[in-house]
Design a protein around this ligand. Sequence first.
Ligand SMILES: NC(=O)c1ccc[n+]([C@@H]2O[C@H](COP(=O)([O-])OP(=O)(O)OC[C@H]3O[C@@H](n4cnc5c(N)ncnc54)[C@H](O)[C@@H]3O)[C@@H](O)[C@H]2O)c1
Length: 250
Amino acid sequence: MFGRLAGKVCVVNGAASLIGRAVADRFADEGAVVVGVDKVSHSVGGQAVRADLTDEDAVAGMYREVVRDHGRLDVIYNNVGLMGPGDRSIFEMTLQTWRDAQDANLTSIFLACKHGIPHLRETEPSGGSVINAASFLAAVGSATAPMAYAAAKAGVVQLSRDLGVHLARSGVRVNAVLFGPIETPQQRELLQRDPSALDKRMVHWPMGRFGTLDEAAATIAFLASDDAGFITGAAIPLDGGITEAFTVPE
Ligand SMILES: NC(=O)c1ccc[n+]([C@@H]2O[C@H](COP(=O)([O-])OP(=O)(O)OC[C@H]3O[C@@H](n4cnc5c(N)ncnc54)[C@H](O)[C@@H]3O)[C@@H](O)[C@H]2O)c1
């Protein structure tokens, strides 16, 4: 199982979170050279870079430096995301909250793909894997959705689908991951702000539990590797069955 990314150079965008770190560590365990990128200062990856992924010049420059320093680029995992505190129903939301959500969740991935994928194509042998973090909220309607975030994540799914098909004969695969609730302190805190919020949601979770960081990292590593060589343009659910369920077990 291990060593599937030996010799590969992998960029993790939005690396300074628990999921970002878990994926970066898993990529390294699989033999990759990992560059972690985030807007906050951090120490994720063999090389930790600070950059704002909504700044086009910064994104283009970051990839140029990665290729200059490491000679190639094979995998881009776009973990970057933001669910702002004012992100609720659109009727209670400011335009700024909406714009911030589109920038951090969708424009960042547009830029990461626009400026990163040409380097994947130039690497010998040409090709590679792009994995974009979306959410199960992009696949279901929700009375309690953070609507700007959910709409942006739906954009991530469609962009991944289009790019996957557009590039299908180039050797570059592009997939989205529909994350369900993964066990992180921020996720638990978010769901427990209102005491009934976790209970109200968990009744819809077929497995009745959060996903683990290891489960998340293993899925991303699979998609990054040649084991997923025939998968592209897909939105892979990583959600314990939430998006597949009508009723759930007692
Ligand atoms: N944690 C979950 O349960 C869950 C559920 C559904 C979807 N997701 C999605 O999965 C991904 C990973 O989740 P997470 O919990 O690690 O998210 P997170 O919010 O903790 O981490 C996202 C990272 O992106 C960085 N970032 C945000 N804007 C940036 C910018 N402009 N430039 C550079 N870096 C920027 C943040 O600093 C942060 O380190 C996110 O895209 C999230 O929306 C997570």
